[in-house]
Design a protein. Structure first.
Lengths: 114, 890
């Protein structure tokens, strides 16, 4: 949609969902929009794989679900981050940053630096 | 993990809610997206289409969600289970047979295992009960394997054996408890002060006994069982310090035991201190056994062998100081044995209980083999079905899981039915006398047993699934279409396996039947044994003369002679007598005797002889045979002359050539003064004291009651034939008439005592017969099933042969020959098994050789008849196959 969207790396979907839910309780569709928004419309996740991921995270106890009212007064299932989820998000973020900076520095290496 | 199980549980058991919520959530998503698209200017119809399209397949997403919840595996299992139940319902004949087999086999095992569990496996209900030991004196060379323990032993060992952290003695008695006119006899126990500390469980209210309460003047204190406290004292919370009357004496309650207190098989409801006088604690009384039983708690980390070594060392040191007496005891093989309490308590029934469990396990094995064969036959009928499913993509994994689910569903249902059969079986075992076994009152059907049984059933389901899987995978590997031609190797191997299983079944059934035969023959031999007395029309009961009312022997003698006179005057009473012990009472009082003027043979150990004090017309009342001389009469209790009667075992041992009458003997192991000698005035036939199957000719001496008065005695009344029904009531009425405070306990006819004494033989024999009958039935079913299948498989071949002129007899004999071949091998294997089992059972047999030709021949005959009947039907069916039908079939 609109701008260039990046290919989602395997294993990053869970991390993104945790991050999105950590900002505010969201329903499934809200998670989709939030990820799109916080990634500056760069990341677009396949809608079909969103729900299995949500169910898996809930099954693992990383997020919790509760029924509530959406903005337009419809019944919707809202997801929030659990304590275990918060811990996992911290670990994943740290791990991602290490990986990203390592890959970044590896890729920015100039020929004379070797 | 817990979180995940919880989430799976919610998804599984609120499945509808889970599915609805999932659908709603996705509907909401699509609606929101559609709305957003419309707001962005897309026409509504186009927006809905695009939302659907971008979401992708709803079903795939839902399925992935289910998998994320772990529902997929559960779904597959439940699908397989539903499939299994459908299959089972489609073949009711097979299902009923299989479930009945499982219910019977698992139920039988559960019931027997309940006994094994409570008697052999479960630890005694005391803390660190494996540290508890029993200590008893033994004189094996005198024929006295267990003589209990003496008061002296207790005081000499107490605090002097470092390997024992605590040591106690106790004796089971009965006491008369209650106010005048409302007395009842209660089972009681006399215990030394540290008894409760030794077992590790003491009063919840009050205290234990103290050392100062072990003399005859200070022992009027009692500790109550929870049951006594509740039933007789209405659970009085102020019971401590209250007095109750015991044997007419005011006794103070000092403690109440917890409800769970249960010491071995003791029936005691009330405990008193075990009192003794200073004279009973002297070294000279060291071998006056039968003061009680000794138990001890091993010090932490100490082994039984170390305790045994310390006891042996002390015995040796002490006996060295007692001179001739010590040497004599050494000659009798004296030793004090230290044995684990639990193992010792159940040692006598251990082999029988294990034999029964082995029998039940064999039954289960036959049942399992039967099931496997029936399932294999069914599996071969479903090969086409399997091939089709394979063709549409069923994996090996799926074939395996489906078989396992099916067999476990079957055995789990069978297991549930088995729980019912088992619960009934435990009741039946109780009726058969299991509650009279040591620790038998602890036998109960509880959740623990149910869990073990259900686990067993499921393991069995997995186990019988294995051969079926093997068969199906073989068929899976070979092309199933090829298999259909009935010549492939898989088909032949499967047939061989089925035949091997039938042979195994026959062999095991043979072993069970032959073993049951041996036990039944032993029982018959035991029943045919002459007890040495005539139990018909004899009623017995126990009384115990309390010391308070009968302070000296003379008062006891006076009472008994009045009692005998009164009894004899009753209508229906032929004669009456009494003795301090009677045959088959479960007790044995053995003591040594010394023949006047007889030097022991070199190397001869002193012998323990059954010793009785008798009065009234005891011999006539019990129906002893007079061999020589005369019986003791009531007059012998009124005269100072010391006379006695011995039995023919005794006479034969000392005077093999005859001439016992007129000889003199002393009670005890040393010759006394001439005036203390008893003159033998008669010889009576030997009676079986310890049991009908006790063959040891130990010899017995009967002394006049007046010479050896005892407070406890058995009354023996012989009725006039035809009028003996109410003798028990007569006995109680007459005793109450003379002393209202004296209850008569344990009133039983001698016939009942004889029959009860055989319960340890009768019940196992009955059980073994029941097992054997079930085994035969299962084998018949198995043989029938396999033969029927063989016939149905060869229908076309038979039809062809008949069309070509084969006669029905030829077809019939073809199948009968197959059956006979299987039977011959089954019996041959069974004979070997029966030979081995017979040897293993040797100790449980009575006057029956472990290899008994008659039993084996009869077993083979019964097996052959049953199996041939089972084969006859399918063979007959084969002979009646119409050529046309068989050839056009299929």
């Amino acid at each position: 949609m609109g701008t260039k969207s990046a290919e989602l790396l395997p294993g990053t979907l869970d991390m993104l969902i945790l991050k999105a839910v950590s900002l505010a309780p969201l329903h499934g569709y809200g998670v989709l929009l939030r990820i799109r928004q916080i990634s500056g419309n760069a990341l677009d996740i396949p809608q079909g794989s969103l729900y299995p991921a949500l169910y898996r995270l809930e099954h693992q106890g990383l997020i919790a679900a509760e029924w509530g009212q959406s903005d337009n007064n419809r019944r919707a299932k809202f997801y929030t981050l659990t304590t275990a989820g918060r811990k996992r998000l911290r670990e994943e973020t740290a791990g991602w940053n290490r990986l990203a900076s390592a890959i970044g520095s590896a890729l920015s290496t100039a020929p004379d630096e070797v | 993990m817990v979180q995940r199980l919880g989430s799976l549980y919610r998804a599984l058991f609120h499945r509808r809610r889970f599915e609805e919520a999932m659908a709603e959530e996705m509907r909401f998503h699509l609606a929101q997206y559609t709305e957003d698209l419309v707001r962005a200017g897309v026409p509504p119809a186009e927006a809905a289409r695009r939302a659907r399209l971008e979401f992708g397949s709803l079903d795939n997403a839902k399925d992935d969600c289910r998998q994320a919840r772990g529902l997929r595996l559960a779904d597959a299992l439940s699908r397989d289970a539903r499939h299994a139940v459908r299959l089972l319902r489609k073949t009711p004949g097979f299902t009923v047979t299989a479930l009945a087999t499982l219910a019977l086999c698992l139920g039988a095992n559960l019931a027997i295992f309940a006994v094994v569990d409570s008697v052999l496996l479960r630890p005694l209900p005391f803390p660190e009960s494996d540290r508890l030991v029993s200590i008893f004196n033994t004189y094996p060379k005198a024929g006295v394997p267990n003589d209990g323990i003496s008061i002296t032993n207790y005081y000499e060992r107490r605090g002097h054996i470092p390997a024992l952290s605590s040591l106690a003695i106790y004796r089971e008695i009965t006491s008369i408890v209650g106010e005048r006119g409302a007395t009842a006899r209660e089972y009681a126990s006399l215990v030394s002060p540290e008894f409760f500390a030794t077992v590790g469980l003491g009063p919840v209210m009050g205290r234990t006994f103290t050392d100062t309460e072990t003399s005859y003047t200070t022992n009027s204190v009692a500790i109550l069982s929870d049951a006594f406290w509740r039933q007789r004292l209405n659970a009085d919370p102020q019971v401590l310090g209250r007095t109750i009357r015991v044997n007419g004496q005011a006794t103070t309650v000092v403690g109440v035991l917890p409800a769970e207190f249960s010491y071995l098989s003791s029936k005691a409801r009330i405990y008193f201190p075990l009192a003794s006088g200073p004279g009973q604690r002297l070294p000279t009384e060291r071998h006056s056994g039968s003061a009680g039983q000794m138990i001890a708690r091993l010090a932490p980390g100490v082994t039984v062998a170390e305790a045994q070594a310390q006891i042996d060392a002390q015995n040796t040191a002490l006996e060295a100081k007692s001179g001739d007496k010590g040497k004599e005891m050494a000659a009798a093989g004296f030793r004090s044995m230290v044995v684990p309490l639990h193992a010792d308590h159940v040692a006598s029934i251990r082999p029988t209980v294990l034999l029964m469990q082995a029998g039940a396990a064999l039954l289960l094995l036959i049942g399992a083999v039967n099931l496997v064969n029936l399932l294999l036959i069914r599996a071969s009928g479903q090969l086409k079905d399997l091939a089709v499913r394979q063709a549409i993509g069923a994996s090996r994994h799926h074939v395996v899981s489906q078989v396992l689910v099916e067999t476990t569903v079957l055995t789990a249902i069978g297991g549930l039915l088995g729980l019912l059969v088992g619960a009934g079986g435990i009741r039946l075992l109780m009726v058969l006398g299991a509650d009279q076994l040591p620790l038998g009152t602890h036998i109960a059907f509880d959740a623990r047993l149910a869990i073990i049984a259900m686990t067993g059933a499921i393991v069995m389901g997995l186990a019988i699934g294995l051969p079926i899987i093997w068969y199906n995978l073989r068929a899976h590997a070979a092309s199933s279409l090829q298999l259909e031609s009935r010549t492939s190797t898989a088909g032949r191997v499967a047939q061989r396996v089925r035949h091997a299983f039938v042979i195994a079944q026959m062999a095991i059934a043979f072993v069970l039947l032959a073993s049951a035969g041996l036990l039944a023959l032993s029982l018959r031999q035991a029943l045919a044994t002459a007890p040495g007395f005539q139990p018909q029309q004899v009623v017995t009961g126990q009384i115990s003369l309390p010391g308070q009312s009968y302070p000296n022997p003379a008062s006891g003698v006076a009472f008994t002679s009045r009692l005998m006179d009164a009894l004899k005057r009753q209508p229906g009473v032929a004669t009456a007598g009494f003795a301090d012990n009677i045959p088959l009472s479960g007790r044995s009082n053995k003591s040594a005797a010394t023949i006047k003027g007889r030097a022991p043979r070199p190397g001869e150990a002193p012998r323990g002889h059954y010793s009785y004090s008798v009065g009234g017309e005891y011999f006539a009342a019990m129906g002893f045979a007079l061999r020589e001389g005369r019986f003791l009469t009531p007059d012998d209790n009124g005269r100072p002359e010391r006379v006695c009667v011995v039995d023919d075992d005794f006479a034969r041992y000392y005077w093999p050539k005859g001439g016992a009458i007129g000889q003199q003997l002393f009670e005890g192991s040393v010759a006394g003064k001439d005036s203390e000698a008893y003159t033998i005035v008669g010889i009576v036939g030997a009676a079986r004291q310890a049991g009908l199957t006790d063959d040891t000719a130990q010899g017995a001496i009967y002394y006049p009651y007046v010479q050896r008065p005892q407070s406890g005695m058995f009354l023996v009344v012989r009725g006039v034939p035809g009028q003996a029904e109410s003798l028990g009531l007569t006995l109680q009425r007459v005793v109450r008439g003379l002393d209202p405070d004296l209850p008569v306990n344990d009133v039983q006819s001698m016939d009942t005592r004889v029959s009860d004494s055989l319960i340890a033989r009768r019940s196992p024999a009955l059980l073994a017969i029941a097992f054997a009958v079930i085994a035969m039935l299962l084998t018949a079913i198995g043989t029938y099933g396999v033969l029927s299948y063989a016939v149905s498989q060869r229908r076309r071949e038979i039809g062809l042969r008949m069309a070509l002129g084969a006669r029905p007899e030829q077809v019939r004999s073809q199948f009968l020959t197959l059956a006979l071949r299987l039977l011959a091998v089954g019996i041959a294997v069974g004979l070997t098994g029966a030979w081995l089992t017979g040897r293993a059972m040797q100790t449980l047999l009575f006057h029956v050789p472990s290899v008994h030709t008659g039993t084996l021949v009869a077993t083979a005959a019964i097996m052959s008849i049953v199996c041939l009947i089972a084969c006859l039907l399918p063979s007959q069916r084969a002979a009646r196959i119409s050529p046309m039908e068989a050839l056009t079939d299929q």
